[in-house]
Design a protein around this ligand. Structure first.
Ligand SMILES: [Zn+2]
Length: 186
């Protein structure tokens, strides 16, 4: 999905993408598989470039590193980006990397990132995929409720040995579902 930045009017334009609208499905396929996502942002001209503000949410298919059950991790991305024309075209680079703005830049908000674009083309799929990828945890775990029980499998995480722990306890070869057999609802 390429947005032609030439076509953005002075007052800006809003964009909204989701699994249903489909424009980003292909770009996000590897990361999100068939999960739902929603991306909303506003794009307006700012100086030589463009300002992009908005948010994205997605359900990332993952495996809980504690209990091994497939989970959907909620990803919440905030977009606060300046798009700037790339000044020098490098022969071998089709895509540019976003650069974090350093202290000596004029922008007061240090959470603003810069993405460069070439020939007035902004690749939304690349941008959104990168934003979501940065949020993927190294060690994804299912959420835990107030009592310390896993929201997915119901195990009390503080009193259960998990297979990845150094002490290779008896739970290592057990299926996570074996734990459920002993789980008595109260
Ligand atoms: Zn669990």
């Amino acid at each position: 999905m390429i947005i032609n930045l030439n076509e953005i009017p002075d007052e800006g334009l809003s964009y909204s993408f989701s699994r249903e609208t489909g424009e980003l499905n292909e770009s996000l396929q590897e990361l999100l598989e068939d999960s739902n996502y929603k991306v909303d942002f506003y794009l307006r001209p700012l100086g030589q470039g463009f300002e992009l503000k908005g948010k994205g949410t997605a359900e990332l298919p993952e495996m809980c590193s504690r209990c091994g059950i497939d989970i959907r991790l909620g990803l919440n991305a905030e977009f606060n980006e300046i798009l700037m024309p790339k000044l020098k075209l490098e022969r071998n680079s089709k895509y540019s990397k976003p650069n974090h703005i350093s202290d000596n830049d004029h922008l007061e908000n240090k959470n603003v990132n810069v993405t460069e674009f070439i020939k007035d083309e902004f690749d939304v799929g690349d941008f959104v995929r990168e934003a979501f990828t940065l949020l993927v945890p190294i060690c994804p775990v299912a959420e835990v409720d107030d009592k310390g029980n896993c929201n997915v499998c119901g195990v009390d995480i503080n009193n259960t040995k998990f297979g990845y722990e150094e002490d290779m306890g008896e739970n290592i070869k057990k299926s996570p579902f074996d734990i459920l057999k002993n789980f008595k609802p109260q």
